[in-house]
Design a protein around this ligand. Structure first.
Ligand code: GMT
Length: 372
């Protein structure tokens, strides 16, 4: 197949999933064309059958905003025509599904559009009256639509008038990369052998509830010698730093900023903290499970579909900091329970979220869409 892919190529779960899927499709022999404003950051090594087409939105004095969406639609049409793409797989309904629909209108009906919903486009933007109708339009015009969890499918149907089936295809991890790694050479830089290490990774947006992470840690470290590392950057970074100081734990907390070697960082940790307010899937919890690290966090959105409460992690209602701290203490102080959760998580990844299984599901969907 000749597959176009458009995603947000910067850090973020949707960009990671889109890029990793493109790589898997290339490994299966398909021609893959990324159409994005920047080189996807996870692309890594050279593939002879992965092509990159940059989208450039020029600034003109007459326009207040650079016409990025039109530049993207036009580039999609150009690449589709030139390389005779069978389909464009877009990640996010706005603006990507709309742009792909425009491109299809420009080149002809033979170009198919597959849209994957990742959450923010529905749970945040879907509530915005200025965007709601156009999100519905983008979804309804797509030839096939997938969502990354059952929870996201339910929310999409509740919020928007959708007249087509939504296919649930979970996110996945590449277990060649995400596996329990031996990081004994660097662990002493972060914690002593008698200390436990907790980890949080996110884009520090309000929905991630990073202050809850600090509060949970402050409670846990009173009972268990431990440290916390936070990876990522975003709007609530300074708030989190300030709170760590206010709670007197700043010397035990390290902020590492954006990092690329996520599998090594996760393998350093004993526990992932993910107390999000909204989370359609929670890719980082899946990455942690694949490295044998259990999650303590909230039961919002799709997190329970990934983590499975009481089996591979412990989940509480959003904002229940005391309960999450208790769960963390329980897991960190019971080696047998910890080991069981860690093993269960690894098994869950093999059963439900392995790259081969999910790539098969997308490949079948592509085939169906192309065959009409
Ligand atoms: O969580 C974010 O703010 C980033 C966003 C993204 O575009 O990557 O994440 C969404 O998509 C991820 C990949 O499918 C999911 O793992 C995240 O749960 C989802 N975020 C939200 O629903 C808030």
């Amino acid at each position: 197949m000749r597959i176009g892919i458009t995603c947000y190529p910067s850090h973020g779960g949707s960009g990671v999933v889109a890029t990793e899927l493109g790589k898997l499709m290339a490994e299966r022999g398909h021609q893959v064309h990324f159409i994005t404003y920047d080189m996807p950051f996870r692309l890594g090594r050279f593939y002879h059958n992965i092509h990159y087409h940059e989208v450039e939105a020029n600034r003109y004095a007459v326009f207040r905003y650079p016409p990025y969406d039109l530049a993207l639609a036009s580039r999609m049409a150009q690449v589709a025509k030139m390389h005779r793409l069978d389909l464009i797989h877009v990640h996010y309904a706005v603006p990507h599904a709309i742009c792909a629909h425009l491109a299809k209108e420009m080149v002809g009906d033979w170009l198919k559009v597959v849209t994957t919903l990742h959450g923010t486009d529905i749970t945040v933007l879907g509530e915005d009256p200025s965007l709601k109708d156009i999100i519905c339009y983008g979804i309804n015009q797509s030839d096939a639509v997938t969502a990354v969890s059952d929870s996201l499918i339910r929310q999409t149907k509740e919020l928007l008038c959708i007249d087509k089936p939504l296919h649930r295809i979970y996110n996945f991890v590449d277990q060649r990369v995400y596996r329990p790694l031996d990081v004994s050479d660097i662990r002493s830089n972060y914690a002593s052998p008698t200390e436990k290490l907790m980890l949080h990774i996110s884009n520090f947006r309000g929905v991630k509830r990073v202050p809850d992470v600090i509060r949970i840690f402050a409670k846990v470290q009173r009972e268990i010698p431990s440290r916390l590392i936070l990876v990522g950057e975003g709007p609530e970074l300074s708030l989190a730093m300030q709170l760590a100081e206010e709670l007197g734990v700043e010397s035990r907390v390290r902020f590492l900023g954006k990092q690329d070697e996520v599998a090594r960082l996760i393998s350093l940790a004993d526990l992932l903290l993910l107390p999000s307010q909204k989370e359609s899937f929670g890719l980082v919890a899946l990455e942690a499970m694949a490295c044998g690290v259990p999650t303590v966090g909230s039961n919002s959105g799709g997190i329970p579909e990934v983590v499975s409460h009481g089996e591979a992690g412990l989940l509480s209602p959003i904002g229940a900091v005391d309960s999450m701290a208790k769960d963390a203490i329980r897991l960190l102080s019971d080696p047998d329970l910890y080991q069981r959760f860690s093993q269960n998580g690894l098994q869950r990844v093999r059963d439900h979220f392995c790259a081969e299984k999910i790539a098969d599901e997308y490949e079948q969907l592509y085939q169906q869409v192309i065959e009409g």
